[in-house]
Ligand binder design. Structure first.
Ligand code: PHE
Length: 378
């Protein structure tokens, strides 16, 4: 009898060891649009996030902890994104979040991350309101990308100086923070560089017929049409614009980055230019290695979204290592203390708002593919 209980005690002890070994795990969450109007964004981000997690786990984990994760789809919808953040924080008890992807979904996520004190890193959301609201820094929120005042300036300067355009028309979605924000940043920069903004018009989120707006654009005779939106809308507008006989060059921001843009718009976007976070044609060794391993695993060339997601996830892991803890407060502190980060998308410097100062690239659409044109440093 005595012997049995001693054995039982040993068994319980060993079981306890096993359980505590298993407990050396840190759970994080990913919020990304896996369905809805920008699902190519969500898929790339999920692929790259999982790749970074697998690599870290294969290398023995992060700060001695295995990374466990939960992925939630926000369908690029602000309400869904709030629900996703609530679920991750309050039900799954995650210690940190990667996400979300678009600015309009990330703004509500950032507010929840802030109020529950859970650090979050968006790979891709570029609107200033993600990290700062009403002049106040949300200090649990960080990002791996540059922000839209810079991006708007990059395209305005490119339009003025490289494309030598005198006048621009802008069409944007007034209900989308990203679209509206970058439309305004572009407009202001284009004007301050001496250009004329001949049309500045907005549409609603569910609009599919842009005929009335395009009539105004045509009448404006602008040299370029700036289309700050995601690939689905851009594709639709570009097509209708060409059908209306608009000859202006089409230009835009990072939201154009999808293999589906050329599928939707075909010829209409040929010769168009947009700003982005990286080019797969970059010959830096880290880019070459990344493109090769992503292609081998997913059979596709990685876009900027996936590449930023890989960088954002590794940035979070660097912070967890530095904190050497799974305590969200310590992880936040470690994130805030990271001043420079060398990712696949390039060298980044984090400013006091948790925003990254880094280069942009300009891409031209040729034969439906993305051709690298140049790098623009801040
Ligand atoms: N910057 C976009 C946003 O804030 C998201 C995006 C990033 C889209 C990179 C494409 C490529 O909504």
């Amino acid at each position: 009898m005595k012997r049995t209980s001693a054995l039982a005690a040993v068994a319980a002890f060993l079981w306890g060891l096993g359980a505590s070994a298993q407990a050396r795990e840190i759970r994080i969450g990913l919020i990304t649009p896996l369905t809805g109007d920008v699902k190519t964004f969500g898929e790339s981000v999920k692929n790259a996030f999982e790749m970074a997690v697998d690599e870290a786990n294969k290398a023995g984990g992060v700060a001695g902890m295995k990374i466990a994760y939960v992925v939630v789809d926000d369908r690029n919808d602000p309400t869904e994104a709030s629900n996703a953040a609530n679920l991750l924080i309050n039900r799954h008890r995650v210690k940190a979040i990667i996400g979300s992807v678009t600015s309009k979904a990330t703004i509500p996520v950032s507010d929840l991350a802030q109020s529950f004190r859970i650090p979050a890193v968006t790979p891709t959301a570029t609107n200033p309101k993600v990290t700062v609201a009403d002049g106040k820094r949300k200090d649990y929120m960080f990002r791996a990308c540059f922000i839209d005042p810079f991006q708007g300036r990059v395209m305005a300067k490119f339009a003025r100086e490289s494309l030598k355009t005198g006048s621009a028309a802008v069409l944007y979605d007034a209900s989308n923070d990203y679209s509206k924000g970058i439309a305004e940043f572009f407009r202001d920069a284009f004007k301050s560089l001496g250009g004329e903004v001949a049309a500045f018009e907005s549409y609603g989120k569910d609009d599919v017929d842009f005929s009335a707006l395009l009539t105004k654009v045509k009448a404006s005779n602008a040299d370029v049409l700036f289309l700050p939106d995601y690939y689905n809308k851009v594709g639709l507008i570009a097509k209708q614009a060409r059908e209306k006989g608009i000859k202006a060059k089409f230009i835009g921001p990072d939201g154009w980055d999808s293999p589906d843009l050329a599928k939707i718009a075909g010829e209409a976007v040929e010769g168009g230019y947009f700003s982005n976070h990286y080019s797969h044609e970059d010959t830096r060794p880290e880019v070459v290695t990344w493109v090769k391993k992503y292609k081998a695993k997913f059979g596709q060339t990685p876009d900027a979204l996936g590449t930023l997601a890989y960088d954002a996830t590794n940035l979070l892991f660097a912070a967890i290592r530095k904190a050497n803890s799974d305590d969200p407060r310590k992880i936040r502190e470690a994130l805030a203390s990271i001043k420079g980060f060398q990712g696949v998308t390039g060298k980044a410097t984090m400013d006091k708002n948790g925003d990254m100062i880094k280069s942009a690239v300009i891409i031209r659409i040729e034969g439906g593919r993305q051709k690298f044109i140049k790098v623009v440093t801040p």
